[in-house]
Design a protein. Sequence first.
Length: 230
Amino acid sequence: MRATRLLTIVIAAWLSLLPGLAGAQSFSGLPRSPILTVDSERLFSDSRYGARLSSKIEAQASRIAADNRRIEGELAEEERRLTDLRPKTDPEKFRVMAEAFDAKVTDIRREREEMTKTLGQDSDAARRAFLKAAEPVLNSLMQEAGAAVILEQRSVFVARDIVDITDEAIERIDAALLDEDGAVKTDPDADATPDEPVPSDPADDAPADDAPNGTAPQGDTPAPPSPTSP
């Protein structure tokens, strides 16, 4: 960690001592500098291509959240009905019903947690796909600027703004990967953000006549309801 900080400080100091080199412009308008910086977060969030990838993840997350809210409501209703049955149900029979309900809630919680985990993996895969697609553009910018390296801007202690090529990179990434109508020319994320898996209907696992149909917990994970315990 200390070595990394020292390296970034040395690089920044070196750049500040070479105003002529960092200030020179190439024919394309890029700075002539052996070191460039880029904000990778902005590349992803501000480019139209990155926004296209992230919108798929956001839509998927919204569907999962909506399903979680619906499932939580259905389970709460099922729990209330089961609790109402307790005074008029044989204790042993109610115990079996309560255990079946708790087991179903546990299964649903596990399923929803797995979907959330998969969503996170899809998000990471989308970012990797974006950087892979953007790599040829960044390599081209390096060649034009005569640079040997592009550093992550947020890891640099201080640097002159002129070596930041984020805006130029965003413009070129969109030009290279999107057509005039904004459609993707090539879609490297085709395998990176697979369709959201369709969860099984918890109602299929519910006891036939013992408890009402339910679904899954809300939020990220549903806690098995305690009132149903015998």
